[in-house]
Design a binder for this molecule. Sequence first.
Ligand code: ADP
Length: 539
Amino acid sequence: MPKQRILVADDEPAVIELCQRILTANGYEVECVSNGWMAIERAKEKHFDLLLIDIKMPGLSGLETAQAIKEFDPEIVCVTMTGHGTMDTAIQALKLGIDEFVVKPFTPDELGIAISRGLEKERLRRENVRLKALIPLFELSKVFMSTVDLDELLHNVVQIARQETRSDWVALLLWDERRRVLLVRASIGFPEYLSCEEAMEEGREIAASVMRSGEQLVLQDRSGSFAAFMEKIGVHSLIVSPLLVKNEAIGVLVLAKVAQGDFFAPGDVELLSVLSGQAAIAIENARLFEEIQHAYQELQKLDHMKSEFINIAAHELRTPLAILLGYATLLQEEAEGKAKEQLGIIVRNAMRLRALVDSMLNLRYLETGKSQLKLEQIILRQAIDEAVGDLSPLAESKGQSIEVRLPESFPPIVADRQKLALILTNLLSNAVKFTPEGGRITIEVKSNEREVLVSVSDTGIGIPPEEHERIFERFYQVGDSLTRKHGGIGLGLSIAKGMVELCGGRIWVESEVGRGSTFTFTIPQQQGAGELRMASGGA
Ligand code: ADP
């Protein structure tokens, strides 16, 4: 820690010598002068922590000297040395802002105690200033962090900064990256004769220098090289605080006091540097929030357009497809030989196209909440056999076996027939698609009190663990050439998941690459199921 500096002023050389010895021995850096004028001169040249001064000196008195020095260095601690005859003056001096006094003749201890008491008082005063600055900051951070609307936040910042520092006017400028200029984004308290824009136009140079240096600029009472500018805009004290985010200035906060002698207090300066830091972070957060909101709105618009497109395209495709499929089937029945074979290809491909269109429409119904449940009693064995029946030609063509494991006595369940069929078909067709020739596909049904569990297992290519969640997303396909060659557009599982969840169940996959996959979904044993069974006289 640097040594604390003490300036001693006394017209008696013996006292000066004594003080110098005692204070140096106590670890202070000491300078001595013999009258008030010299003390003022020295104090102007550099800052002293403490002034130890004889109260009664020829020429300028100790009290007058101390007051003159305090005017330009308000933080200096003043301790007076006084004789017994001047006790009244010493007490008077305390009332006028002198911090301590010591009575002559004094012992080294007495002097040491007076000095450290004076310095301690100053330390406590500074601490107090800091604490006072911290209390409003706590309130500030609450206000800042709870505002995400940028304009409202900027308005709050200038208002709070003005109120806490009792400034006459405050302006907040932010750097506009696109136009590469500082723009006034909020202001308060400007008089009619001076618009904020005019003042800032004049002060552009100061603002830019603070942006560059990233350091706060404090100009008290038209001091320094910007005095002419301050006179022009009619202010006496000015603070320009950078708004720093990760050491980069995103703008500046400018505060002004108009009246002569109306200085910013040390606490104001401290408060502003913290306030600017917090405001900068809050501004950055609000900006990011605005950007995210904007991006989200754009996404929503795109999503809506895409949904509309799918809707129109699917509806428009359906009718011509139905006609094409109808006539092609008729012709295929009547045709013979090569023509029959070729018409068969047309029918199969038209059916694939119809399945695709149906998938897109199903997804849209799920997304728009138009898909509704139609519960009825279902014999699960029948539903599974139908789905297996649809896919067995394809499985047979690949030499695959499909086994169904379901107890004969399995009671009917209550579910949505169409949705159940779709879930089963999607899982089964994937199993067939992603299982090599000669593979095995097994459908197994289990149940407990709460739900029926249906699983479709295959001995196919399997799915890597990191993809287990994503394959249920729309249009997602495992990025592997093996799967791509199987066709499809990545909707089957997302539709199956949507349908399962609409029915109140869950769906998941367990899989090992190269060994196979098991997709399991649940159908809740609904509370109303029993009543439905009884009403329809089910088994
Ligand atoms: P599609 O089958 O049309 O590509 P899905 O949504 O049904 O779309 O499936 C998404 C992806 O999940 C598939 O492309 C495939 O990569 C993977 N997948 C689904 N089922 C299986 C399975 N039984 N075995 C291996 N991979 C599968």
